[in-house]
Structures are given as structure tokens and as C-alpha cells.
Design a protein around this ligand. Structure first.
Ligand code: XIL
Length: 984
């Protein structure tokens, strides 16, 4: 049981309950009496103050009922003089108070009483006796009584004596409640016309009043704020049990443009920490908005308050209807397999303090063998100021993991993010490397022998640089030597630790190559890189699992150990979409995705020493705020720690819900001869998951005559009994590898470098349900099942190899390029259109767009609502849901303003666009040059390509039209763009 340390008087007024309130171990099951507060005076006066002038209150070692100290009250000169504390009591709750008392040595006998001084809001003070007993100086006597009150009141609990001058001692005062205050929650509706225990954090004025009501007659006005953090706060000490989860919400209203958020401040021994409950949001002015979030107290505290602040500024606002409620945890499932028993490598989870308590802790120890702290060992957490090391969280987590017998991955020593500014300030190369060395020695040294693996450097690759190296301050100041030094020092500090170079997107070919080159080079130099860490932050669609496998196989060739370090599977393919409730089909898809990813891991287990998932359960994941704030459950266990399809995908795929996939089937015809027609290259093959060494990709085209199907099978051992079975509308069509098939449909097969190809024309009627089963003679089988989505034929055009002068004047060279038009309306029924041509030369794509639009406007602050042309380019025609990092949306307005969209960071595209614009009698002309540095442009290459014309009327977009994509989602999804072929 923890008890508080001495505090200042100011703090004492705010926080007079005890930190062990927050100790999960002290909170018994619901309905039993719960300890509300206890004072043992072992650490000091614990908030007790003198009552009456001349009185002194000290923690004495003269004698104690328990432990070595008690509270001595002396210097009294009136019966009501004594010691007092503000108890964390609530109206309507029944309390049981017990205490031990005695006269100080040599003092006469008297009656000691515990009394409540209570002042009801707006009423007269009353004094209510709780317990009394006659004491002497020879032994400790027990006092005991009950207490309850009914109306909002200010309270002071005090001990007094019937003798005016006697010095007396108190010890082991314990208060229990028959209603557990950590379960009962709290509301503030201000209907009393008072501030209901809300106080300003700074100098703000809090005004209960009828002008601020969200519901009822009253709310709370907040004016005269002194800083952005100044605003209303309410103590919730004693209301939150450590390790339990709570929902907090409050309604806010503001008359100015500002963002308001809800946070918690906690302190221990005067050291504050601030935690966000609801990220700041900008409510519409004059409208009530609800700020809501959940919070789990994960630390001991002697001060705990919830408050509303603004992101910036000191504008007034109002609050009303605050609510705090306890969330009953669901017990973790004990009757399901432990993940660690289902995989042939060490499986771990990223964790944090709160996850070491209650049900979360049970979940970790049931399923995982290894843990990684999500933040606690990063530079900002461990060395916030030079030479000032803070290891409280790190020590706690390492101790906990050690006690639980878990392996520990240290994350991370050197990174550009979450690194304090001082590290780089005024740093020469020498100073910087010295700071780094000091840091590594201190942090790694502290846990030597207990942390077996360290992410030594994190995210050092930038595949968009010619040398593949990220331009972080580390690199800018110290060049590659920062990586060399980091590994050298790390090896010196702990020669037994596994040293990892960790990065994200390593499954994408360009980044894979850049990291590979670096690791190869440094290891050849003797830099002690033991392992490559693949973060593997992926989403439900991208990248293909084959990329992951290719990456692992590639690094295996280097003979380096590999780990998956931060796996999670976002339910989004872009950074703008946000579900209120994630659809069940998406969670099923995520489950199948986990399955396929773990199939890769199992196959590659010889090369993988561990797989760590970046979080314990969906209730705490970095993806709920990165890259935007949204509901994003990426982990195997849900908000309530229950197994999701994602879990079953790892533990027992047989229990996955069935998945209905969907495949775009454009209108189109091909020749059924076993050759891969150009038409098939307009789309990528839809992957059919690999089983053993059998895998495939497939596509379909629709015509009135039936369904054209392509299957490209990877199957290294040739056997005439290898088959592809295409089931359409319930009818199976079976084709053998040698080409044999039944009557009634056309099919052809052909040998390929990695297996064989099947082309077929099936009499499909209107059926859209399809199953493709690929089997090898050895009995292995893999399949794809789902629905075809018929779509119009994919438009194609050509770009000849010519270089125009990009000046807004149409050179003769343009006449070589065929012209396309934006005939697909995605908004409105009339409006601006463009005639468009494209050319290419040495790494650059040129686009000419002649826009017919007599009325031009840039009034909207949003670029896409201004008159403008957008050019969509996917250099590899990957047709992905979502953007690959080199997919770009290049926009030029009629005045020549350029804006570029891509993935969240858009590193590979944001500098690519240049151009010139001229006005024409009926509109404007855009001539754009788009550098495509991630690919080598060559004749016959196919690019994903589209054009969109935005037609503004005043400050809004009235119409928009594209060349191919009819969805209006071209800005987040490349799968419906058309195709541009580069020609001579
Ligand atoms: C994330 C943490 O999970 C968040 O809590 C924090 O706010 C930001 O960092 N790659 C990494 C991790 O290497 O350290 C990051 O962790 C996620 C991306």
C-alpha cells in the first residue's frame, strides 16, 4: 500500500486523498467496501494541516501504531485545535472511518474526537462528530464511526481533544466506502448554479450561469484565461483505480475559432505529467460539441485532475455535462490458444505501463514471449536534457517483464524522431557523436544483460535519395559515421546484445534495395549489425504479401538475422478515410491478411528470430492518431481485449469468417491462345495466396460472349495433373497444366518461366460469383473466392517520345500525341472539360491540357475546389487501392498554382511537378512536366494515368470530369485510373 509524501499547502488543498486509491490491488470487487483513503504517516504528514493558531502537526517517530511514524499534534490552546485534512468524500456515499489515537508521552488523558466540519454550498457550517474515544499516554486506542452527507459541501475532517492543551498522536486512519468510488463515476451538470468543484488551472474566471447551458438551466462559462492551458479543472483523485479504464466526456462551446481538448494531469510528489483524453477539436462556433475519450491511470498519483484546454490562445469557452464513468473490463479469453504456442518464432508485443496492469497484463503473458516499450526507451523519454536521464518508466517496464519471464527488445537508441532538440543544437560532428555515445552508454548500459536486443538505429533509409540515406540531422551533421559509431558503441556496451537496424516499408522494392545495399556495405566494413528489423506497418490491401516474402528472402542472402519489429495492419488504405464503425467485412479481410502474413513468416521461420506486433490490443494503438485521428483497430485483439479475426488468422485460420473478395472485371476481349495479351497488362494480376511453393495471380474480362479468365500459376514442378479449376455461377471448369479440359468452353495453357499460364473463355451468363482453385499434383491447393465487379473497359492512350518546351505555348511536337478528353463526369452534369495529350522523354512525363472553361475562380481555399487540372500518375501501373509512395496527384490551377498529393509524406512525388499555364479565349492551357525518378521510363512501359478537370463557380466546385476514373475517388485510390503507354 502506497501512501503520499508531504506536499505543499497549495497542493494539499487540491489533492488530499491517497495515491493508493489508485492502486489496483487495493480496489476490491464491486459492491464490497472499498478503501477510499488511508493515512499511515510513514512518509510525512500526508496532507494533514494544523487547525488553530500556534498548532503544529508533524510526523513523529516517538511512537507509532503501525510502522515507525505517527502524526503528532502539539501547540494547542483550545479544544477545537487539532489536525485537519480535506477528505475526498462524495455526497451520498456511506463511509466507515477508523483511526488509532493516544496522548503523547507524559500528557494527560482526554477524549479525542474525529469531527467533520461541513459547509453546504450557500449554507451555514455544521460540525458532525464521526468517532470519539478516551485516550491515555500508555496505549493506542481505536476510534471508529460512520459518515455520510447529502448535499454538495466543502469538507474538513479534523481531530480535536476535550483537553485544551494536550498533545496527541494519530495513526493508521483508514476510510472505506460501501459504494466503491472508483466505480461510481462522476457527473457535473452545474444545475446547482455552482461550479461544482471545478476550479481554474490558472487565473481564468469560472462563471456558472444560464448563458452556458448545454442541457438544463446552467453550464460553466470560462473567461479571462491566462494561457492556452488555463481553463476549468476538476479533481478526480480517488475516482480512478489504477489499471481500470474510464470514459470521460464533456460538452464544449466556443464563439471563436479555436480547438478544445480534454486532458488529465497527474502528479506524484509534485512532478506533473499530462495525458490527452480527447485530442483538440475545433467546434463550429456557437455549437455544442462533445469531447470524449477513454483513460487508464497507469501510475501512482497524489494529484489527479481532468481539464479542458485550447490548442492555442486564451479565447473564452463554456463547458457543461461532464461525465466520468467506469468501464467494466471484459476478462481476457483463457480458452483460446496462446499465440506463442502457434508460431515457430518468438512472438512479442509493444507495450506501455498501463498494459502491465489488470486484464492487459493477463493478455500479454498469455500470448506473448517478448515485449518492446512503445515509447519509454526513446531518447525523449530517457534523456530529455543532456546528461539528465529518466529511467522511471524504463526500469518499471524492464522489471515487470523480467519478473514475468519475458524477453525484452530495446527500442530505440538513435532516431530522428522523438529526439530532443538539444541533441543537435550547436553540434559539430564530434560533439554529436559524443552525445550519441554518452546516450548509448547510459541507456544500454543500465539494462545490460536484461535487454537482449536493441534497435540501435531506426529509420535511416530514404530510398528517394540517390545514396538511399535519410537526410536526418544525424546524417546532415555526421554522415554515415553516426550509424557506424552507434553500432560500435552498442557492441562495446553489451557484446551479447543483438544489434538491429530497424526500418519501415522494407517490403517495398526500392526501400528494400536501399536498406540491403547499406547493410551489405556496413557489414563488409565490419560494422556490427546483427539483424535487420522490418517494422511492417501494413494495411489490409497493401503491400502484397509476396513483397514481404521477397524482402525476407533477399536479406537471408546476406546471412543477417531478421526480425519483424512493429507489425500492425491498418484497416485503411489512405489517410483521409475514417469509419465510425469498422465494417465486419473489413475485420474479416484483416483476419485473412494476418493469416497470409503469418503464412509468410512460418515459411520463412528459418530467417526470422522474432515477430513483434505493435501494440497489445486495439484500445491503445498509435494508428488511432497517425497519420490522422480516426478509429483504426490494427491488432489481433479488440478494444475489449477479445480475439478478432486477426487473432484467428494467426492462431487458427480454420476459424476465420469466410471472405468474399471483389475483383474488378473490365469489359474487354483477348485471344485465347495461352499468350499474355496486352489487355492483361492493363491491370495487375490479383494475387492468390502462396501455399508452400504454389501461388498464382489471376484476372477476368467481361464480354457478352462470356468471361475471359487469365491465371498465371507459379508451380516449379511440372506435372500434367496440376490443375486450375474456375467455378463460375456454380459451374466448375477444370483445365490441366497440359491443356486438357472438358468440352463446352475454350481454354489454352502455356509454359512460363515459373510455371504455367491458363487462358479461358467461359460461358458465364450474368453470374458474378467466382472461385479459382489452383492445385498441384502433390495435393497442395490455393484459391481465390469472391465476386466479380463488372466495370467499363479501361481507357488507354499513347505518349510518344518527344520533348516540348514547357512554356504554355503548344509546340509542333505535341501534334504527334493522340488527344483524349475528359468525358467522365464525376460531379455535375455539365462544365469544364479538357483535351489532353501526353509525351515522355528521359525520366519526365509531359502533359498538355487545353481546358474549356470561360468562368475561372480561385476563391475557395481548397485547391481542388479551384479551377484546375489534375494529372494522376502511377509510374508502375500498380492499380492499388490507396497510393503507393510514388503515385502522385499533380494539380495546376488556371493561374499556375501547383499542388501535389500522394501518400501521407509524399516524399517521392512532392517535388516532381513543374509547368506553365496560359489563358486562352475560352479557358486556359496547362503544360506540365512531371519527373518520375522512381522508375526508368522506356518504350512500351505502362503508366497508371488519369486527368481530372475541376470546375469552380465562386468558392465552390460545381463540376468535375475525368478521362477514365468514374468513382470520384482518384485522389485516394489509383485502381480506376486509365493507362498510358509510352511509345517511340
Ligand atoms: C510510435 C508510438 O507507438 C507512438 O505512441 C508515438 O506517439 C510515436 O511513435 N515507427 C517506430 C515506432 O519505430 O517507434 C513508432 O512508435 C511507430 C513508427
Amino acid at each position: 500500500m502506497r501512501t503520499p509524501r508531504p506536499r505543499t499547502a497549495v497542493l494539499a488543498l487540491l489533492s488530499l486523498a491517497l495515491s493508493f486509491l489508485a492502486g489496483a490491488s487495493t480496489v476490491p470487487a464491486a459492491h464490497a467496501a472499498a478503501t477510499v483513503v488511508g493515512y499511515d504517516f510513514e512518509s510525512g504528514t500526508q496532507g494533514w494541516e494544523p487547525r488553530g493558531s500556534g498548532v503544529s502537526v508533524t510526523a513523529t517517530t516517538d511512537s507509532a501504531h503501525g510502522g515507525t511514524r505517527s502524526l503528532l499534534t502539539g501547540g494547542r490552546s483550545a479544544t477545537w485545535h487539532g489536525a485537519a485534512v480535506t477528505p475526498p468524500f462524495e455526497k451520498g456515499v456511506g463511509y466507515q472511518v477508523t483511526a488509532w489515537a493516544r496522548a503523547a508521552a507524559g500528557q494527560p488523558s482526554s477524549t479525542i474526537a474525529l469531527t467533520m466540519q461541513r459547509t453546504p454550498a450557500g449554507g451555514t457550517t455544521v460540525y458532525e462528530r464521526i468517532a470519539a474515544a478516551t485516550v491515555t499516554d500508555s496505549e493506542w486506542v481505536r476510534l471508529s464511526g460512520t459518515y455520510t452527507y447529502a448535499t454538495d459541501s466543502a469538507l474538513s475532517l479534523y481531530a480535536e481533544s476535550s483537553d485544551e492543551t494536550v498533545a496527541f498522536q494519530l495513526d493508521d486512519i483508514v476510510v472505506t466506502a460501501d459504494t466503491d468510488p472508483t466505480r461510481s463515476g462522476l457527473t457535473s451538470d452545474f444545475e446547482t448554479g455552482t461550479a461544482q468543484e471545478w476550479t481554474a488551472r490558472g487565473g481564468a474566471t469560472l462563471t456558472p450561469g444560464d448563458g452556458f447551458a448545454h442541457t438544463g438551466a446552467y453550464g460553466l462559462g470560462v473567461t479571462n484565461r491566462q494561457a492556452s492551458w488555463d481553463g476549468p479543472a476538476r479533481t478526480v483523485l480517488g475516482k480512478l483505480a489504477k489499471g481500470s479504464k474510464y470514459e470521460l466526456s464533456v460538452w464544449v462551446r466556443t464563439d471563436s475559432a479555436q480547438s478544445l481538448g480534454l486532458s488529465v494531469e497527474r502528479r506524484l510528489d509534485g512532478t506533473p505529467a499530462y495525458e490527452r483524453v480527447a485530442a483538440p477539436r475545433a467546434p463550429a462556433t456557437g455549437e455544442w460539441t462533445r469531447l470524449a475519450g477513454t483513460y487508464t491511470l497507469a501510475h501512482d498519483v497524489d494529484f489527479l485532475s481532468v481539464y479542458v484546454e485550447s490548442a492555442a490562445g486564451t479565447e473564452p469557452f463554456a463547458i457543461d455535462d461532464f461525465q466520468l464513468s467506469y468501464v467494466e473490463p471484459k476478462p481476457v479469453q483463457t480458452d483460446i490458444p496462446s499465440l506463442k504456442d502457434r508460431v515457430p518464432f518468438t512472438v512479442g508485443a509493444a507495450f506501455y505501463r498501463g498494459a502491465t496492469l489488470g486484464e492487459h497484463a493477463k493478455l500479454i503473458t498469455k500470448h506473448y514471449e517478448s515485449v518492446t516499450p512503445g515509447n519509454s526507451l526513446k531518447w525523449d523519454a530517457t534523456e530529455p536534457a543532456e546528461g539528465t536521464f529518466t529511467f522511471a518508466d524504463g526500469d518499471y517496464l524492464v522489471d515487470w517483464a523480467t519478473a514475468e519471464g519475458l524477453e525484452f527488445r530495446g527500442h530505440t537508441l538513435v532516431w530522428h524522431s522523438q529526439t530532443p532538440d538539444w541533441v543537435f543544437e550547436g553540434a559539430t560532428k564530434e560533439i554529436l557523436l559524443q552525445r550519441m555515445e554518452n546516450h548509448i552508454r547510459a541507456v544500454m548500459g543500465r539494462y545490460k544483460g536484461r535487454i537482449g536486443t536493441w534497435d540501435v538505429v531506426n529509420e535511416v533509409i530514404d530510398e528517394n535519395r540517390p545514396d538511399g540515406l535519410r537526410r536526418s540531422p544525424w546524417f546532415e551533421i555526421a554522415g554515415l559515421d553516426y550509424i557506424r559509431t552507434a553500432f560500435r558503441v552498442a557492441r562495446e556496451v553489451d557484446p551479447d546484445a543483438t544489434l538491429v537496424i530497424n526500418d519501415y516499408n522494407t517490403e517495398f522494392p526500392r526501400k528494400r534495395q536501399a536498406l540491403y545495399d547499406l547493410v551489405k556495405k556496413l557489414r563488409a566494413e565490419g560494422v556490427p549489425i546483427d539483424a535487420v528489423g522490418h517494422q511492417l506497418h501494413v494495411n489490409v490491401e497493401q503491400p502484397p504479401t509476396s513483397f514481404i516474402e521477397d524482402t525476407i528472402e533477399k536479406f537471408a542472402g546476406l546471412g543477417v538475422e531478421q526480425q519483424v519489429t512493429e507489425l500492425d495492419v491498418s484497416v485503411y488504405t489512405d489517410f483521409v478515410t475514417s469509419y465510425d464503425t469498422v465494417p465486419a467485412e473489413i475485420l474479416a479481410l484483416q483476419g485473412h491478411r494476418y493469416r497470409e502474413i503469418f503464412d509468410v513468416f512460418r515459411r520463412q521461420a528459418d530467417h526470422l528470430s522474432s515477430v513483434t506486433i505493435w501494440g497489445v490490443a486495439d484500445d491503445a494503438t498509435w494508428l488511432s492518431s497517425f497519420p490522422i485521428t480516426r478509429t483504426n483497430p490494427p491488432l489481433p485483439f479488440d478494444d475489449e481485449l477479445q480475439a478478432k479475426p486477426a487473432y484467428w488468422g494467426i492462431a487458427d485460420p480454420g476459424r476465420l469468417p469466410p471472405l468474399t473478395r471483389s475483383l474488378n472485371a473490365p469489359a474487354g476481349t483477348v485471344t485465347v491462345d495461352g499468350k499474355r495479351d496486352d489487355e492483361w497488362n492493363l491491370l495487375p494480376d490479383a494475387p492468390i495466396a502462396r501455399i508452400g511453393d504454389l501461388s498464382a495471380g489471376w484476372q477476368a474480362r467481361t464480354t457478352p460472349a462470356g468471361l475471359y479468365v487469365l491465371a498465371e500459376v507459379n508451380d516449379p514442378t511440372d506435372n500434367r495433373n496440376d490443375t486450375v479449376t474456375l467455378t463460375v455461377g456454380g459451374t466448375p471448369y477444370r483445365v490441366q497444366r497440359g491443356g486438357t479440359h472438358a468440352h463446352g468452353f475454350r481454354a489454352h495453357t502455356r509454359k512460363t518461366a515459373t510455371g504455367y499460364r491458363v487462358e479461358a473463355l467461359l460461358p458465364s451468363g450474368t453470374a458474378t460469383g467466382v472461385k479459382v482453385v489452383v492445385a498441384d499434383a502433390g495435393g497442395q491447393e490455393t484459391s481465390w473466392a469472391g465476386e466479380l465487379a463488372p466495370i467499363p473497359a479501361i481507357r488507354t492512350t499513347r505518349a510518344p517520345k518527344r520533348t516540348p518546351v514547357v512554356d504554355g505555348v503548344v509546340d509542333a511536337a505535341w501534334h504527334q500525341a493522340p488527344e483524349i478528353t475528359t468525358g467522365t463526369r464525376i460531379q455535375g452534369t455539365s462544365g469544364a472539360t479538357a483535351k489532353v495529350r501526353a509525351m515522355w522523354n528521359s525520366g519526365t512525363l509531359y502533359v498538355l491540357a487545353r481546358v474549356t472553361d470561360p468562368e475561372l475562380s480561385e476563391e475557395s481555399p481548397n485547391a481542388w475546389e479551384q479551377d484546375s487540372v489534375e494529372i494522376f500518375v502511377d509510374p508502375q501501373n500498380n492499380k492499388t487501392k490507396g497510393y503507393d509512395d510514388d503515385d502522385g496527384q499533380y494539380r495546376i490551377s488556371f493561374t499556375g498554382r501547383r499542388t501535389v498529393g500522394g501518400t501521407f509524406d509524399a516524399f517521392a512525388v512532392k517535388e516532381n511537378l513543374t509547368g506553365a499555364v496560359t489563358r486562352t479565349p475560352d479557358g486556359y492551357l496547362v503544360e506540365a512536366a512531371i519527373r518520375l525518378p522512381t522508375v526508368t521510363l522506356a518504350k512500351d512501359a505502362l503508366l497508371g494515368f488519369d486527368i481530372q478537370v475541376n470546375d469552380a463557380v465562386g468558392a465552390t466546385r460545381a463540376a468535375a470530369a475525368t478521362w477514365n476514373d468514374p468513382t470520384g475517388r482518384g485522389y485516394v485510390d489509383t485502381s480506376r485510373w486509365g493507362v498510358l503507354r509510352l511509345v517511340r
